[in-house]
Design a binder for this molecule. Structure first.
Ligand SMILES: *Cc1c(COP(=O)(O)O)cnc(C)c1O
Length: 429
């Protein structure tokens, strides 16, 4: 299996090459030349998550030396539960927040780190992983790579843009992980990282790569939970569900479209966005206008120019088809709050603000229809928003409690910091 760039102006590469590079050399994003078709074994309900992961992912690595390591990589990476929780006989919530940092980012980050660790040639110097984060990605990547020999990690987060619990998950590491609080916004963090890739010679010298969702190694493992949950859904109800995905940078929902393309039983896919309306406006007008992001209660989805939009558009030959297949709806902060309160009262399910965006869209667009809402983070990560709405304190999961107790290390920098010195320094805070 080969992968080509969405910009189509560099040669095709294997999965390993795509994962190591992060971004294609022409600046595009890697997408598969074709999609493997799911066989009857993968589509049966009675296999474990692990068995399904191995069978879904192996074909992408066909002809790649990493093919032989996929079983090991999956069994290290996916060692936590992935429950499908039923609200009634037709509506379910897919809980993707039972990994170490309590957000779905753990799936991609853990697969990526295990992949690099298991396929990194003996004696090779470590890669340098740069991550800009608005909150959840940085914690997941730091946790996944901590103490691995394959890479050193530098995390950049906006000094006053993350919750205290997110900050703990970003800064409780040390060893091969260094965390920088940038005196600026998430956009400043992203510019710092993007700039590093343009400094002549730095990328080759330091083995720079990105662990943001532009990296194929984060996207492929996310296809598995869509196959898994929709097969279980169909087994119980007899029909294929709609899927509603809380969306920011469009990585997670692209994985859902890839799973559908491979033959997962999915009736349709809906993007649920917060007040950042770039995508619904594009679908309505046909004009793609990137924006500055606006801050909302669902902060991990505050994206004005989603980087994986290129991959989504690449799946469809014409705008007409995009418009037929891709639906997107926007939800306000007031509606987020109202949905968290009401869902708890009616079903007992406690939603994080991101998941509430999707639950709201389900209620309005798919009333009573067979459907799965994707729950992307644990509500305890956003306790200052959720607790007043449900009127009781949330239990803190053990992995978070442990991280909150550890000493924190962060280095404060300005957005115009000289990255050459910083990336080459061995000093860890
Ligand atoms: C990252 C994130 C999202 C958005 O996912 P994308 O792949 O960027 O669209 C949604 N919810 C939570 C909790 C996240 O951390």
């Amino acid at each position: 299996m080969k992968f080509h760039s969405t910009k189509n102006s560099c040669s095709a590469v294997t999965a390993s090459e795509a994962v190591r590079a992060g971004l294609a050399s022409d600046g595009g994003l890697f997408v598969p030349d074709s999609f493997p078709v799911l066989d009857s074994y993968v589509l049966q309900p009675d296999i474990t998550y692990m068995e399904r992961a191995i069978r879904v992912l192996k074909p992408f690595f066909g002809g790649d030396p990493a093919e032989l390591r996929i079983e090991e990589i999956c069994s290290e990476a996916f060692n936590f539960p992935v429950p499908l929780r039923w609200l009634d006989d037709k509506q379910a919530v897919l809980e993707l927040f039972h990994g170490p940092t309590l957000a779905f980012k753990d799936f991609g980050a853990r697969f990526l780190s295990e992949f690099l660790e298991k396929t990194c040639p003996e004696g090779m110097s470590p890669l340098t992983v740069l991550v800009a984060t608005s909150g959840d990605t940085g914690g997941a990547v730091a946790a996944a790579f901590h103490k691995k020999r394959c890479a050193t990690v530098r995390v950049f987060f906006p000094q006053s843009g993350v919750s205290d619990r997110q900050r703990a998950q970003l800064t409780c590491w040390g060893e091969n992980v260094t965390s920088y609080s940038v005196q600026g916004t998430f956009d400043d963090c992203q510019s710092l990282v993007k700039h590093a890739f343009t400094i002549p010679g730095l990328s080759e010298k330091m083995g720079l790569t990105s662990a943001n969702s532009i990296n194929l190694g984060r996207l492929l493992p996310q296809t598995v939970y869509y196959v898994h949950s929709t097969v279980l859904f169909r087994e119980r109800t007899g029909v294929a569900p709609y899927i509603v995905v809380p969306t920011g940078n469009v990585g997670n929902v692209t994985a859902a479209f890839w799973a559908k393309k491979m033959g997962a039983p999915i009736a349709g896919i809906i993007l649920a966005v917060n007040a950042n309306r770039t995508i619904p406006d594009y679908l309505e007008t046909g004009l793609y206008n990137k924006r500055k992001s606006v801050a909302t209660l669902a902060n991990a989805m505050d994206v004005g120019h989603p980087s994986n939009m290129e991959r989504l558009i690449n799946l469809f030959p014409t705008f007409e088809e995009i418009r037929n297949e891709v639906k997107a709806f926007s939800v306000s902060d007031d509606q987020i709050k109202e949905t968290i309160r009401r869902c708890y009262e009616e079903t007992g399910e406690i939603l994080c603000p991101h998941t509430a965006v999707a639950e709201r869209v389900r209620g309005e667009q798919l009333p009573g229809m067979p459907s799965i809402v994707v729950a992307t983070a644990h509500p305890a990560k956003f306790e200052t928003i959720v607790e007043p709405l449900i009127g009781k304190p949330l239990e803190i999961p053990a992995s978070l409690a442990e991280m909150l107790k550890r000493p924190r290390h962060e280095i404060s920098i300005t957005p115009d910091t000289n990255l050459v010195g910083l990336v080459q320094s061995d000093k860890v805070a």
